[in-house]
Design a protein around this ligand. Structure first.
Ligand SMILES: Cc1ncc(COP(=O)(O)O)c(C=O)c1O
Length: 372
C-alpha cells in the first residue's frame, strides 16, 4: 500500500451504515409513519432489549451518556458539598457532571495495567462527604468491580458504572451495567453501539431509582403537568431508538470482530517496544479503543499520520490537571500513574470492518518507525 492513497480512519461509520442500510431505512420509515417522535414504542422496546442484554431489571433512555451520568447522580440527590470518587483517566463527562451538580470530583489514581481506577487506592479517599463511586470501564474493559463493591458496601456507598465505552463486556462472566447500583451507556455515534446522533441510557435493578430517574429525565413530572421535583429534559428520540434496535442485533458480531482485530494487532506487535492492551483474567474486553502504550508517542503519531494512518490519544491530559478541574486541589505529580500513562497512550484504528491487510500495513509502519 502506498502512503496517503489509503487513508485509514479511526472508525468507519459510513462504511458500517452501508452494511445495514436497508434495515435502518425501514426502521426510520416506521417511526416517520407513526408520528411518535418522543417516547414512541421503539424507545420502550430498546429499554427492554438493553436491560435484558445488560442483565439489569430496568433501563431508562435519555439524551446522552453525559445526561445518563447526571441523572444517576441526581437520583442519588448529589448536591453541593458532596464528594464523588472517580478516575482522572476518562472522558471529561464522567467528572464534569459531578462538578455541574456542585459536588467535588475526588480523583483516585489508576491501575498501570488496565488503566481503570485502582481499587487499592479508593478507601483512603473516602471521607464523611463521599456519596458515590464512579468507576469507568475504559476502552472496553471492565474495572475491577469486586473490590470496588466491597469497599462501597463497607461504607454504604452506591456505585455508578460508567459503561459508556464497554457495552457487552463481561466481568467474572457478568455483563457490565449489572455490576453496580446504576450504570450509564452512551450511544454517541462512534461508540460500539452508536446512534446517528446523541443518546444515552441509565440502567439499574432498583425500582425506586428507576422511577426517580424517569421522573427527573422528564422535567420532574410524575403525572401530566404535575412536577414533584426539579428535573431536566433528557429523553431518547424515537428515531435514535429505532436505529439502535437495528444496530443492537449486530452488536455481538461487531464486538467479536473488534476482539479479532485486537488479537491480530497484539500478535503482530508482540516483539515490538510497545505495550499492547492487557485483558485482565476476570474480563472480556470489547475494544472500543485499541490503545497501545509507547515511548516517543507523539513522534510515532506524526509518523503514522504521514503514512495516512489516523490515531488518537485517549486521553492526553488527566482530568485533575485540566484547567476546569485544577481548583479541586490535585496538582501535578499527585496521580503519577495516570499522568505517565497519559503521556504514552496511543489509540490505533479500530472498527469491526477494519481489513486485516490494513492492520498489517499499520503494524508494518510502526515497525518501520522503530527501524525493524
Ligand atoms: C467514559 C465516557 N463517559 C461518558 C461519555 C459521555 O457520553 P456522551 O458523549 O454520550 O455524552 C463518554 C463518551 O463520549 C465516555 O467515553
Amino acid at each position: 500500500m502506498k502512503n496517503k492513497s489509503v487513508p485509514i480512519p479511526m472508525a468507519d461509520l459510513v462504511g458500517q451504515y452501508h452494511t445495514i442500510k436497508k434495515e435502518i431505512k425501514k426502521a426510520l420509515d416506521d417511526v416517520l409513519e407513526s408520528g411518535r417522535f418522543i417516547m414512541g414504542s421503539q424507545v420502550i422496546a430498546l429499554e427492554e432489549a438493553l436491560s435484558a442484554y445488560s442483565e439489569t431489571r430496568y433501563a431508562i433512555g435519555c439524551n446522552s451518556g453525559t445526561d445518563a451520568l447526571q441523572l444517576a447522580l441526581m437520583a442519588l440527590d448529589i448536591r453541593p458539598g458532596d464528594e464523588v470518587i472517580t478516575t482522572p483517566f476518562t472522558f471529561v463527562a464522567t467528572a464534569e457532571v459531578i462538578g455541574i451538580l456542585g459536588a467535588k470530583p475526588v480523583f483516585v489514581d489508576i491501575d498501570p495495567v488496565t488503566y481503570n481506577i485502582d481499587p487499592q487506592k479508593i478507601e483512603k479517599s473516602i471521607t464523611r462527604k463521599t456519596k458515590a463511586i464512579i468507576p469507568v470501564h475504559l476502552y472496553g474493559q471492565p474495572a475491577d468491580m469486586d473490590p470496588i463493591n466491597e469497599i462501597a458496601g463497607k461504607h454504604g456507598l452506591p456505585v455508578i458504572e460508567d459503561a459508556c465505552q464497554s457495552i457487552g463486556a463481561r466481568y467474572r462472566g457478568r455483563k457490565v451495567c449489572s455490576l453496580g447500583t446504576m450504570a450509564c451507556l452512551s450511544f454517541f455515534p462512534s461508540k460500539n453501539l452508536g446512534a446517528y446522533g446523541d443518546g444515552g441510557m441509565v440502567l439499574t435493578s432498583e425500582q425506586e431509582l428507576e422511577q426517580k430517574i424517569r421522573i427527573i429525565a422528564n422535567h420532574g413530572q410524575d403525572k401530566r403537568y404535575h412536577h414533584s421535583m426539579l428535573g431536566i429534559n433528557s429523553r431518547l428520540d424515537t428515531l435514535q431508538a429505532a436505529i439502535l434496535l437495528v444496530r443492537l442485533k449486530h452488536l455481538d458480531d461487531w464486538s467479536e470482530a473488534r476482539m479479532d482485530r485486537a488479537a491480530l494487532y497484539s500478535v503482530l506487535m508482540a516483539d515490538m517496544d510497545v505495550v499492547t492492551p492487557v485483558i485482565a483474567e476476570k474480563n472480556t474486553h470489547v475494544f472500543h479503543q485499541y490503545s497501545i502504550r509507547v515511548k516517543r508517542r507523539d513522534e510515532l503519531q506524526l509518523y503514522l499520520q504521514e503514512a495516512g494512518i489516523a490515531t488518537a490519544i485517549h486521553y492526553p491530559i488527566p482530568l485533575h490537571l485540566q484547567p476546569a478541574f485544577r481548583h479541586y486541589g490535585r496538582g501535578e505529580g499527585s496521580l503519577p500513574v495516570a499522568e505517565s500513562v497519559a503521556k504514552e497512550v496511543l489509540s490505533l484504528p479500530m472498527y469491526p470492518e477494519l481489513e486485516e491487510e490494513k492492520i498489517h500495513y499499520i503494524v508494518g509502519k510502526i515497525g518501520d518507525f522503530f527501524g525493524l
